[in-house]
Design a protein around this ligand. Structure first.
Ligand code: ADP
Ligand code: ZN
Ligand code: ZN
Length: 654
């Protein structure tokens, strides 16, 4: 006799599909099913007695004897689908490795041998570290959030390692999330060399076989530690005993395309469902987490001093108003010379890749713009191309101005490439290591650069935000921070929070050994209030001041937001769809949800598509979500729906 099964299929439709199945099959297993003249791979969600549909099609093949998703991970995926109002089929598809999506066998190809010898640290935990470890482990078998608020270099990783070992000794598994791929190799080796277990990594630079292997090692409990970037939050970990979110304030925990979710926010849910502790580690907590501390939903643990006797660096400003146009002030150059003479390393942080951000006509002021986006083209000297950082379009720089036909075209401003060139002329005999997306495109090139820095030889490191966090360069003693003024003037209400975090994180790379490090920030706005706090390392006070402002203006985390974005090559359609959407929303009777827009996105045109947004905000999360579910149920009734691309972003951060 055939069974009736309900199947999740990766299509952008808010529904599941019923099929007949002639073979034995269990919930959480994959099946191959006919779907609109194709065969697709779906996952069985339940087995039922009857279906409301007639004429059911039959499953072509059952792919798994053992389910690939167990009950607890399915519950978590259902929760995620409901909260983000995203179809369960697409949520499941985002949560499993590509090889499983394609229907390949769920089999471990090779088990990595347990790594080399374990090293014991040559120090004992400090009192602060010990008390943190004790507090966290005291809620080993119950749900509790901890903010591990430790200044940069305070030894948070040491706390993670000790807690992790204790959980593993108890037969548990630990999930560690880190923000960037760049941080994973370093973290992996720190965990591997210390812990008595197999550590597997899950991140985008692995090939598909490696990803599937890691996934299955976690699922079969062979790996004690699963370490990865945001998507690892969905890894199947049957004995999950602890979740660690390192650098919790980092915005890369938010997925900003397809199924949009926040791995940090989801970690609360996963920990609660598994009844285990979750650690949010950072030197610069997000306002969301600080509010949870105020609301007593999260317990704050402080590491107030750098480990091993290192001191926090001395931070000072260089007022650039008198050296207009120069990228490096003479004072910074002098400090660099002294540092290098003392056989130490220097790092210059500049958050812009390429040679120069502006290519313009000195006669009439014309500026090279992308034809497909509302953005300026960035000059890249090595390849002699103007490049759009939004759509990737490249063109050869023209030599006569299209407006006035004169040929006085020049670049303006600095990116990493130009800074490197300038440094070469100032410091011809010093190695310069540039780290940005252009110099790290090739596999392993990032780790090669890191190796060179870790050798400790005196050098100048030039880098973008790829270098801002997590790294522990022991011979680095001077950090220069350039070109941050745009961030001071931004209209985004989160800009100052993110800038303060960035400044403190970048500063934190300096002086991680015994000798005190130094940080110099160049700016044309030395009176900006942010410096008042950053110079004296008072992030907490700064964050409290920001929280007060957010409370007063009822912005997140004191209210909840969602965004409906529509885009189309036809500007009117994008706007019209959102007007129809706003009408629909206004007809839904729920209290206290404000609907605002449509308004054009900050960058209105990207790759020839016009972007418009509709903002929803409420003090009441359930009202907002009630409205969103009513909206998604009725969105098919909107006339322009098929003329636009649209998406819903719950708790947007952009
Ligand atoms: P964080 O993650 O808080 O920035 P790390 O965990 O990277 O800091 O630690 C910074 C440095 O201090 C590392 O080199 C680490 O080995 C060292 N360290 C950690 N704990 C101690 C300790 N108790 N005594 C001495 N050194 C320590
Ligand atoms: Zn001109
Ligand atoms: Zn473009």
């Amino acid at each position: 006799m055939s069974l009736i099964i309900e199947v999740a299929i990766p299509v952008p439709l808010n529904q599941t599909f019923d099929y007949l199945c002639d073979d034995l099959v269990s919930v959480g297993s994959r099946v191959k099913v006919p779907f609109i003249r194709k065969e697709v791979v779906g996952v069985v969600l339940c087995i039922k007695d009857k279906s409301e549909f007639t004429k059911l099609k039959t499953v072509s093949q059952v792919l798994d004897k053992e389910p690939i998703l167990d009950g607890s991970i399915l519950d978590f995926l259902f929760w995620s689908s409901k909260y983000y109002h995203h179809p369960i089929g697409e949520v499941i598809s985002a949560a499993i490795p590509k090889n499983l999506r394609l229907g390949k066998e769920a089999e471990i190809k090779k088990i990595a041998p347990p790594t080399t010898e374990r090293v014991r640290p040559d120090f004992v935990p400090t009192n602060e570290q010990n008390s943190a470890i004790e507090k966290i482990l005291s809620s080993k078998n119950s749900y509790q959030g901890f903010l591990l608020h430790g200044v940069t270099g305070s030894g948070k990783t040491e706390v993670y390692l000790n807690c992790t070992q204790a959980i593993i000794d108890n037969g548990g598994q630990v999930l560690v999330l880190v923000p960037e791929i760049g941080l994973t190799p370093q973290m992996i080796s720190r965990f591997e060399s210390r812990l008595n277990t197999i550590v597997v990594a899950i991140h985008s630079q692995l090939n598909e076989t490696q990803k599937l292997n890691a996934y299955l090692m976690a699922k079969t409990k062979k790996a004690g530690v699963v370490l990865g970037t945001r998507s690892a939050i969905f890894a199947p970990i049957p004995n999950l005993g602890l979740i660690i979110i390192d650098e919790e304030h980092d915005s890369s925990f938010k997925q900003n395309s397809g199924f949009r979710y926040s791995a940090r926010d989801l970690s609360y849910i996963r920990a609660r469902q598994s009844n285990i502790p979750v650690i949010f580690g950072t030197a610069t907590p997000s306002l969301e987490t600080l509010k949870n501390v105020l609301d007593k939903k999260v317990n704050r643990i402080t590491l107030s001093e750098r480990a091993g006797g290192a001191k926090l660096p001395k931070v000072s400003l260089i007022d650039l108003r008198s050296d207009y146009g120069r990228s490096l002030s003479p004072l910074l150059v002098e400090k660099m010379q002294i540092t290098l003479k003392n056989k130490k390393q220097v790092m210059l942080f500049i958050n812009r890749r390429g040679y120069a951000p502006v290519y313009f006509c000195t006669d009439c002021g014309w500026k090279a713009q992308c034809n497909h986006c509302d953005s300026a083209l960035v000059y890249h000297r090595q390849i002699n191309r103007l490049k759009c950082h939004h759509c990737g379009v490249e063109q050869i720089p023209i030599s006569t101005c299209p407006e006035c036909e004169k040929s006085n075209l020049e670049v303006f401003g600095y990116g990493t490439e130009r800074l490197e060139e300038t440094l070469n002329s100032y410091f011809p005999n010093v190695p310069i290591i540039r780290i940005d997306r252009d110099t790290t495109r090739q596999k392993k090139s990032f780790s090669k650069h890191l190796e060179k820095i870790n050798s400790g030889e005196p050098c100048i490191i030039v880098g973008t935000q790829m270098l801002a966090k997590g790294h522990d360069f022991s011979n680095l003693s001077l950090v220069g921070i350039l070109e941050i003024d745009a961030g001071l003037l931004s209209i985004d209400y989160r800009a100052t929070e993110h800038l303060a975090q960035l400044l403190i994180q970048v500063s934190g790379r300096s002086g991680r050994n015994k000798e005190e490090g130094e940080v110099v920030i160049q700016t044309r706005y030395p009176e900006h209030p942010i410096f008042h706090y950053v110079l004296s390392n008072r992030y907490t006070q700064f964050a409290s001041a920001l929280l007060k402002q957010r409370n007063k203006s009822q912005l997140p985390p004191f209210s909840h937001q969602a965004l409906i974005c529509a885009n189309s090559k036809n500007k009117q359609n994008a706007e019209k769809f959102l007007m129809e959407a706003a009408n629909l929303l206004n007809k839904i009777t729920v209290d206290s949800v404000d609907v605002w827009g449509p308004v054009p996105d900050i960058i209105e045109k990207k790759s020839d598509y016009y972007y418009f947004n509709l903002y929803l905000q409420s003090n009441n999360r359930s009202s907002l979500h009630l409205m969103l579910s009513t909206f998604t149920e009725n969105v098919d009734s909107l006339k322009t729906k098929n003329k636009v691309r649209w998406y819903l972003d719950v708790d947007p951060i952009e």
